[in-house]
Ligand binder design. Structure first.
Ligand code: ASP
Length: 448
């Protein structure tokens, strides 16, 4: 595989001219960074606006027949400021007439352009600016990222179109977040991914060009072993496998768009999460596999979520009753409720359900369980939290579980439930919401 790097830069990395300069330095620093995927300008500070949010707002204004000039002015000023400042430092930027593009976009929005088209213009404009700044070719993802009639990514068509187009180009900027969709007789129009979708674009481009690395530049130096609001200065995670990442992000630790993992994972391309503001930091490397010997006895991270309800059901000889779990689960299905996990004993089973799923439905569900499953007892445990300790090394080492339970016991955390998936890279404990933070701190401290 050639040493091609695809680098995606998030909104905070391109929020103003100063950030653009950092990005230019990073790209110029390594000639292998040949395909660059920008997001739209993000927030410069806590009270600032994201350009994508403002674009959606313009669209809503038009839909409701309200003038959108004031909102568009903020967008226009932001881009003009970026180009003006860059032009004062890079003479070749003076040729860029950003108002030409802005005027066309404003006209399109006023004429009722779709929400997806409108939102995508944030990335489009950043792509125009960045390609001019870097001297890279601009490639419109509408030509290479293709969605099917149902709005799902057409993975193989995209792979073919993107590969054939990009392979001919030495260096290119491809805006993130959108592509195009054909409907009926193929009237092509812009279609976006869900929010944060530039991550997905980066992954698709990395696969299309057969990259050796997908760099995802953001404003943090990778993943931390635990939430810094709970644990003081948690250690960064140097390397993590895709499977571990999935477990941790499911439990709330998110930096990457979920769908961005699939294309690169499938192609065996590692992702490096890097910090545009501290490019020297190694960040976190996400890989398919880690040598077992490097992980024995260690954990990778701890994450968790609050606000679950557990329905604990007991019935004598449950293990011999055919179809018991099917009946139980079809009750949830009929009420449109998904469950998180289902730890079980011989004559008992618990359903762990997020409060957001079960609200206003609990009484009806209990009623149906009593009627259809005829349990001996049924107990409701509200205000529960789940804490997951994740680590590839767990399956190879003895004593990890003992360490976790010992730490929780010593810190007076009552464990209400235990669950370990068959992958053996994850031990989940259920504790009371009140003990959530204490549980995470106790587990972190015993391993670090
Ligand atoms: N700009 C889009 C958003 O704010 C996509 C992205 O940043 O990845 O969601």
């Amino acid at each position: 595989m050639e040493n091609i790097i695809v680098a995606k830069f998030g909104g905070s990395s391109l929020a103003d001219a100063h950030q653009f300069e950092k990005v230019k330095n990073i790209v110029d620093n390594n000639p292998n960074r040949r395909y660059i995927v920008p997001s739209a300008p993000g927030k410069r500070h806590g009270k600032d606006y994201k350009i994508t949010d403002l674009l959606y707002l313009c669209h809503t204004h038009v839909q409701q027949g309200i003038p959108f000039d004031d909102v568009f002015k903020i967008i226009s000023e932001r881009y003009n400021e970026i180009v003006k400042e860059l032009s004062s430092r890079y003479s070749h930027m003076k040729d860029l007439n950003i108002n030409y593009y802005l005027d066309k976009i404003k006209k399109d929005i006023s004429e009722g352009s779709s929400s997806d088209y409108t939102a995508s213009r944030g990335e489009y404009l950043n792509g125009i600016i960045l390609s001019t700044l870097l001297g890279y070719e601009f490639i419109d993802p509408a030509d290479i990222i293709l969605f099917d009639e149902d709005g799902c990514l057409s993975s193989s068509d995209t792979q073919e179109a993107a590969h054939n187009r990009l392979i001919k180009v030495e260096k290119a900027v491809i805006p993130g977040f959108y592509g195009s969709q054909c409907e009926g007789q193929c009237e092509k129009h812009i279609k976006t991914f869900s929010r944060g979708g530039s991550d997905v674009t980066g992954a698709i481009i990395a696969r299309a060009v057969g990259a050796s690395l997908y760099e995802n530049w953001t404003d943090v130096s990778g993943f931390l072993m635990a939430d810094p609001r709970i644990v003081t200065s948690p250690r960064p995670i140097k390397t993590i496998t895709y499977r571990e990442l999935r477990e941790l992000s499911y439990m709330g630790a998110t930096v990457l768009h979920e769908d961005s993992v699939f294309p690169v994972r499938e192609a065996g391309i590692p992702i490096n999460i890097k910090n545009t503001n501290m490019p020297q930091d190694p960040g976190t490397l996400i890989v398919s596999d880690i040598k077992a010997t490097n992980t024995v006895g260690t954990i990778t991270g701890i994450a968790g979520k609050k606000d679950f309800t557990v329905i604990a059901i007991e019935k004598n000889l449950m293990n011999t009753e055919l179809g018991f779990c099917r009946k139980l689960l079809s009750i949830l299905e009929n009420h449109g409720v998904a469950f998180e996990s289902m730890p079980a004993g011989i004559d008992s089973v618990s359903l762990v359900i997020a409060d957001s799923q079960i609200k206003n439905k609990l009484d009806d569900i209990i009623h149906d369980i009593k009627r259809q499953c005829k349990p001996d007892s049924i107990e409701i445990l509200p205000n529960m939290a789940l804490v997951a300790t994740v680590g590839q090394g767990m399956s190879q080492s003895k004593g990890i579980a003992a360490k976790i339970f010992d730490a929780l016991g010593k810190n007076n955390v009552n464990i209400r439930m235990i669950n370990q998936g068959s992958s053996e890279i994850n031990i989940i404990v259920g504790v009371e919401n009140n003990d959530f933070e204490k549980a995470i701190r106790s587990i972190y401290e015993v391993f670090i």
